[in-house]
Design a protein around this ligand. Structure first.
Ligand code: GUN
Ligand code: ZN
Length: 432
């Protein structure tokens, strides 16, 4: 197999730009190169150096465009693709009014296959090369997603959403069937090709104690899987959880009592946390996933990124499609920036780019594997055009450094900014 050499401006990180000054962790090469062989990055260096050392490599020159790791969406719901941007409801009414009727349609394998392919293609068109998705209660919805991802050779994480109460009749499983179906699915998919399985109780309000316990037991039997769920997204939801679980001190404890906490746990949203919950999350090394367009769209509240990062908690970034209002991780970074501004903590473009790539990858325990321009990593890459619209181009033209040139694309960019996408080293989106 011939080697491929991509040339352009390269952006890579040597560390977490929240833990050290971003100037020390971000490395920009205006004439950089990424050498790819057999689906992996084998070298990142100056373009001319790589060209001289590998004269046999097939060269693609992206000129002034920015070569970055592909975006990693750490929390989304592929079955909600068709109901994104549904008007006017807060979380619980939004679930009942829009989400559950659409998720019921996934009993039909043909609908599941169509929507899985659509969600993955939309992600790729927006530069996102890894999705971490909830499916529906139907095992077929999980097969459909993993099959569609395998057909595209994409690294994905997903699981069957489990619900045995407070959901419509046709969207409820049981404690036993949730355990048995999830077990069969993770045995079929976890570690197959680029697929990874996440045990997925939707959230405490839609699971009985028995179901949470059954899934905790399953996770104990398969500790290398991830576990994803929702935590403290909206105040009405937190109040409902305290009614449903009077024995628990707080929302997190409803998961803890069932064994659903640990370093491989992913808690979506986590906005309205009590001090005990923050301390416990840090102690066990669980990850949080920030979903900023969802939090403003559904009216949930403001995640405190600066505080959680200062706590030393791993945080990923995500669209939360379709509670989130965009498929784009650029738009998602923009919303994270705006939420940071409301808390007087403007995030630097280096921090935003890191969150959307390596930060999410680390939250998923995939640091070094995806989300990074590092030798040995899988060659999932995105090439950004920093002048994709007249409005962006006229601002970028005045820029004095890469960060000033990149920030207008973060704030105003969309799929038009995605010049190329590589999945496992293969170009899936070249634009003329
Ligand atoms: N909480 C429980 N289910 C969901 C969901 O599908 N989307 C969001 N945003 N929050 C949830
Ligand atoms: Zn969600």
């Amino acid at each position: 197999m011939t080697k491929t050499l991509l040339i352009g401006r390269t952006l890579r990180f040597s560390g977490d730009p929240f833990a050290a000054p971003w100037t020390e962790t971000a490395d920009v090469d205006d004439r950089g190169g990424v050498l790819i062989d057999a689906g992996r990055i084998v070298a990142v260096d100056n373009a001319d150096t790589l060209r001289a050392a590998h004269p046999d490599a097939a060269v693609t020159d992206h000129g002034p465009r920015l070569i970055t790791a592909g975006f990693v969406d750490a929390h989304m719901h592929y079955p909600q693709t068709g109901i994104i941007a549904s008007w006017g409801k807060r979380l619980i009414d939004w679930l009942n009014g829009y989400t559950f009727p659409e998720e019921a349609r996934f009993a039909d394998p043909a609908h599941a296959a169509q929507q899985a392919g659509r969600a993955l293609d939309l992600a790729l068109a927006h530069g996102t090369t890894t999705l971490t998705s909830y499916c529906t209660i139907h095992p077929g919805s999980v097969d459909a997603f993993f099959e569609a991802a395998a057909a595209r050779d994409m690294r994905v994480i997903a699981g069957k959403t489990c619900m045995d109460r407070n959901a419509p009749d046709d969207l409820r499983d049981t404690a036993q069937s949730a355990h048995d179906d999830s077990k069969a699915l993770l045995e079929r998919w976890h570690g197959r090709g680029r697929a990874l399985y996440a045990i997925t109780p939707r959230f405490s309000p839609t699971s009985t104690r028995d179901q949470l316990q059954a899934l905790g037991a399953l996770w104990a039997d398969h500790p290398d899987c991830l576990m994803q769920t929702h935590l403290s997204e909206q105040t009405e939801e937190v109040a409902w959880v305290s009614e449903l679980f009077p024995e628990a001190r707080d929302y997190l404890e409803t998961y803890e009592r069932a064994g659903l906490i640990g370093p491989r746990a992913l808690f979506g949203h986590a906005i309205h946390l009590a001090p005990r919950e923050i301390a416990r999350l840090r102690e066990v090394g669980a990850a949080l996933v920030h979903c900023p367009t969802s939090n403003t769209f559904i009216g949930s509240g403001l995640f405190d990124m600066a505080a959680r990062k200062a706590d030393g908690i791993r945080v990923g970034l995500a669209t939360d499609t379709g509670g989130g209002s965009s498929f784009s991780m650029l738009r998602t970074m923009a919303a994270a920036y705006e939420i940071g501004q409301l808390a007087h903590h403007p995030l630097h473009p280096a921090q935003l780019m890191w969150l959307a790539t390596e930060g999410s990858a680390r939250a998923l325990h995939l640091g070094g594997t995806i989300g990074t321009l590092t030798p040995g990593a899988e060659a999932d890459l995105c090439v950004l055009d920093l002048a994709s619209t007249p409005a962006i181009a006229q601002r970028a033209e005045r820029a004095e450094d890469l960060w000033e040139a990149l920030f207008p694309t973060i704030m105003m960019g969309d799929d038009r900014a995605i010049a190329a996408v590589y999945v496992a080293g293969r170009a899936v989106l070249p634009r003329a």
